[in-house]
Design a protein around this ligand. Structure first.
Ligand code: 2P0
Length: 351
């Protein structure tokens, strides 16, 4: 088999990110430019990450990719092609600028073999393309020795992938240039800023969604009146309030914005024609649980957010984690009665 030089093979991992201020709607489909800026929390990679290994060799005859061990089509994958093309363009440009030898310049024309894996089950229905494209672009950047910000390249793969290029709280600034060069990710604060903040992921369905995000958000752009209102009148103030809440580690302010953002995303989906429905009945019950629980505690202890799927992301401070996790498990876990009693209030007495 092929013997590769160390410099011919690189491995990179990237985290899954969860949007608090949501990206939904593009101003340019080709470049994945968003209608509004968004902000996410990137998860600890020990739990959820995509890991990508890329090898290059002059003997490879075409670019190939395997996702979780299964080979995928490369030719028909326009997003992957866009990332490969852009990173090779940057690599050549930088190599020439640095007066590097021909070998390094021509190396950018060599084909790559890519293997990407998630450390969580794909069947869990959790978005993995963001982490996947981020790991891919970071690895390609390293392989081709491309300096500078690569979040714009990851954005070409999948919009939200640009936010997985960094850790902690990350803002994807929408930018204003038509070529997208200023539509990039910026770290707002690192993960060390708010270590008490935890995320519980409640998988309510492992089924793949009927309408993917790309298609769904395009339908919203074309038909939802609420979307433009949100972009113009809601998101800018919310972004400011959210960043203040994060800086002050004000959980209750953070939680309110987080839940309102999730609700507005799904309101836009409902306002889309034909409507998009990503939440299921269990998601709706979880929303009711969170509000009932916070009211019961006379304190905001849990916040939910849902992306384009029915699985819940619950934010909670570490000191309340075990109580919330055990409640969730008892109410929504596999071997419990349905949640009806809980919503009448009796369940609270039992714990
Ligand atoms: C987000 N989502 O901000 C929002 C919230 C889903 C709901 O980013 O077409 O997979 O690849 O740019 O990034 C999902 O959209 O869409 C998404 P493309 P992407 O996380």
């Amino acid at each position: 088999y092929l013997k590769l030089d160390e410099s011919d093979m690189v491995t990179f991992s990237a985290p899954v990110n969860i949007a608090i201020i949501k990206y939904w709607g593009k101003s340019c489909q080709k470049l994945n430019l968003p209608m509004n800026s968004s902000l996410s929390l990137n998860l600890n990679q020990d739990h959820l990450q995509a890991k990508t290994t890329i090898a290059t060799s002059s003997t490879f005859i075409k670019d190939r990719i395997w996702l979780n061990g299964k080979e995928q089509d490369v030719e028909g994958n326009t997003r992957l092609q866009a990332c490969l093309k852009e990173i090779r363009r940057l690599a050549r440009l930088q190599a020439v600028k640095r007066n590097e030898d021909v070998h390094r310049v021509t190396r950018c024309s060599q084909k790559v073999h890519i293997s990407s894996r998630n450390n969580f089950p794909t069947a869990a229905g959790l978005a993995s393309s963001a982490a996947g494209y981020a790991a891919l672009v970071a690895a390609l950047g390293q392989l081709y020795r491309v300096d500078g910000d690569l979040s714009g390249v990851a954005r070409c793969g999948s919009g939200s992938a640009c936010r997985s290029m960094l850790g902690g709280f990350v803002e994807w600034v929408k930018g204003g240039k038509s070529d997208g060069t200023d539509s990039i990710a910026q770290q707002f604060v690192g993960e060390e800023h708010w270590p008490e903040l935890r995320v519980l992921i409640v998988v309510t369905s492992a089924q793949t969604k009927a309408v993917g995000s790309t298609e769904g958000m395009q339908r919203s752009v074309e038909t939802s009146a609420l979307l433009q209102h949100r972009v113009d009148n809601v998101v800018p103030d919310r972004m400011k309030a959210l960043t203040d809440a994060i800086l002050n580690k004000d959980f209750s302010a953070f939680a309110e914005i987080c839940m309102k953002e999730s609700n507005q995303l799904h309101a836009v989906c409902q306002d889309t024609f034909p409507p998009l429905r990503y939440l299921n009945n269990v998601s709706e019950q979880i929303i009711r649980f969170v509000h009932a629980y916070n009211e019961h505690c006379s304190d905001t202890r849990v916040a939910y957010t849902f992306d384009a799927g029915p699985n819940a992301f619950l934010f909670v401070l570490e000191r309340h984690l075990s109580e919330v996790a055990s409640l969730i498990y008892k109410i929504f876990g596999p071997a419990t009665d349905n949640a009806t009693d809980f919503f009448r209030g009796e369940r609270f007495k039992a714990y």
